[in-house]
Design a protein around this ligand. Structure first.
Ligand code: ZN
Length: 224
């Protein structure tokens, strides 16, 4: 038993499968949870409204911040509808769904808001396992960012990454353990084409999500 139950946390929240699972995880771990959604110029405005609705259902205070600097500096397929989402990825490169600087900007915004509210715990749904290998989803980056933000703001942040070493299958399992499998399956929006729940079914995000879901459902049906 830790003393987190007496402390508040701020969650970076997008309304996707991962951050929604984190929302319910953090709701159990901390006394009070706050959700920060950052609109960074992503193509699908309904992502934000979807996130707001999920937070409302979970009775978590929701705050929206507009920070669309990144797409003005570097194009990527999540913010620029004229760029098709990369399907095949050449070895040694990143897909054009990688938004350089995004998680660092997000964490900086979250830390600034958290500090102003006397909060030291940040939660973010990044994962190093079974994903596209984005550098700002790795544990080394998160640790480094935590040190930097704590030094920059003279505030002892802790960054929690409950999904860091979980595969997509294990993220579904966590949602099930938290009793929110149906909410995560039906209410979240992960699809790069902006379709909620099971999504378009063919974009890279949908395929990853579906594969994990199928693996998890197969495993669950084998249990006694
Ligand atoms: Zn899709």
């Amino acid at each position: 038993m830790n003393d987190y139950k007496k402390q508040d946390a701020l969650l970076l929240f997008s309304g996707g499968q991962d951050s929604t699972t984190c929302l319910y995880w953090a709701k159990q771990q901390f006394a009070n949870l706050h959700a920060l959604c950052i609109a960074y110029g992503q193509r699908h405005a309904q992502e934000v409204e979807n996130a707001r609705r999920i937070a409302q259902t979970a009775r978590i205070p929701f705050r929206l911040l507009h920070a669309d600097t990144i797409p003005r500096l570097a194009p990527n397929s999540l913010t620029d509808a004229s760029l098709p989402v990369d399907d095949e990825i050449a070895p040694g490169t990143y897909p054009n769904t990688f938004v350089p600087g995004r998680n660092l900007l997000f964490l900086t915004c979250a830390a600034t808001l958290a500090r102003a509210q006397g909060i030291r715990h940040l939660v973010i749904g990044v994962s190093e396992a079974d994903y596209s290998g984005y550098p700002d989803c790795r544990e080394a980056f998160i640790r480094s960012a935590c040190t930097t933000l704590s030094l920059a703001m003279d505030h002892p942040f802790e960054i929690h990454t409950p999904l860091m070493w979980r595969s997509k299958k294990e993220v579904w399992q966590l949602a099930d353990e938290l009793g929110v499998f149906d909410i995560v399956r039906n209410e979240t929006l992960t699809c790069y084409n902006g379709l909620p729940a099971d999504g378009c079914g063919h974009c890279p995000a949908c395929r990853l999500r579906r594969r994990g879901l199928q693996e998890y459902l197969a495993e669950r049906s084998l249990r006694p």
